[in-house]
Design a protein around this ligand. Structure first.
Ligand code: ZN
Length: 320
């Protein structure tokens, strides 16, 4: 597509370097320990507290819950100004499309970091299943501060799609045809998960079981987390369970789901848990401990112009 006129001024920013954003805290053990716990990283090298996980690079300079709340001395410019400017022209939505993290060495507690940002690229306007908009590529370079001169320690490439959602697009004059219907994303089905979807297709809720120690696990994976055996089979669950926990999704409203959208963590009577949508219940009536029963509903998935359906396990409250 040709650029809209207003884009020229924004495109002129490509190549611009934005100043430093400092970390609020130096690299430190408590944050590393909590990060490792949350991410399930169980590496004795990090437990010693001498090194921190390299994948935390971006974490050290995050601003926290308030956007662009940077520590004193940081740039007063907004490194994301291109996104704001495009948004002002009617492209409200954003989705991250890829992120590439590179690190040059391990970081150690006590190091003080900052990063600088460069606006690398803004694509032509593109139409996708999500909507119409621009791919914007930013690259951040991270440095560790030293008296003798700062040292580059890693880089982060971050690409986002800033777009007008397809469902909000106005049809052209005289064309009553609406935008393509957005469907649910199709699940990624692998050799490890095919039994689950084949089971759903046959109206059965299948749960993976370790052949060596009998532990049930979900979501499916190649290896038993208890005994590390790769041998597994599956059992057909009764489909009865209780709501162990739940959330009610309100925002952002992503098509094609209805909102508010209650999602349960279901504890099956066999003892394992799975995440599934709750149906046949008002969000306000969902409660922990509520008895539920699985049902399999056919839903449209995949590309807007495809005709694929899949049987999706969902849970409904048991009446009485
Ligand atoms: Zn096992």
């Amino acid at each position: 597509m040709t650029d809209p006129e207003w884009m020229a001024a924004i495109r002129a920013l490509v190549g611009k370097d934005y100043g430093r954003v400092y970390g609020w805290d130096p690299v430190n053990v408590p944050m590393a320990r909590q990060w490792a716990e949350i991410m399930g990283v169980d590496n004795p090298r990090y437990a010693e507290g001498k090194l921190v996980p390299p994948a935390m690079l971006q974490v050290w300079c995050m601003e926290g819950p308030t956007i662009n709340h940077y520590p004193p001395g940081s740039t007063t410019e907004n490194p994301y100004e291109a996104l704001k400017l495009i948004e002002a022209h009617g492209y409200p939505s954003v989705v991250a499309v890829n992120s590439e993290l590179e690190f040059d060495r391990y970081l150690a507690p006590g190091e003080k970091l900052y990063y600088t940002t460069r606006l690398d690229a803004i694509s032509e306007e593109k139409s996708t299943a999500l909507g119409t908009g621009f791919f914007i590529t930013l690259s951040m370079t991270f440095f560790s501060q030293h008296a003798a001169g700062d040292e580059e320690v890693g880089r982060l490439l971050f690409r986002v799609f800033k777009f007008k959602p397809a469902h909000a697009a106005k049809p052209a004059m005289g064309t009553p045809v609406g935008p393509p219907k957005i469907k649910r994303p199709a699940p990624g089905i692998s050799d490890d998960t095919r039994f689950f979807w084949d089971g759903a297709h046959a109206g059965k809720l299948m749960i993976q079981r370790c052949k060596a120690c009998g532990t049930l696990r979900h979501p499916p994976g190649p290896c038993c987390p208890e005994c590390y055996s790769f041998e597994w089979d599956a059992l057909e669950a009764s489909g009865r369970g209780t709501v162990y926990s739940f959330v009610v999704m309100h925002y952002p409203e992503v098509p094609p789901f209805d909102y508010p959208n209650p999602i349960g963590l279901i504890e099956l009577e066999e003892g394992t848990r799975l995440v599934a949508q709750l149906v046949g219940v008002k969000p306000a009536d969902v409660h922990i401990g509520m008895p539920v029963q699985v049902e399999f509903n056919q839903v449209d998935v995949g590309a807007p112009d495809g005709n694929d359906t899949i049987a999706l396990p969902q849970f409904r409250p048991v009446v009485g």
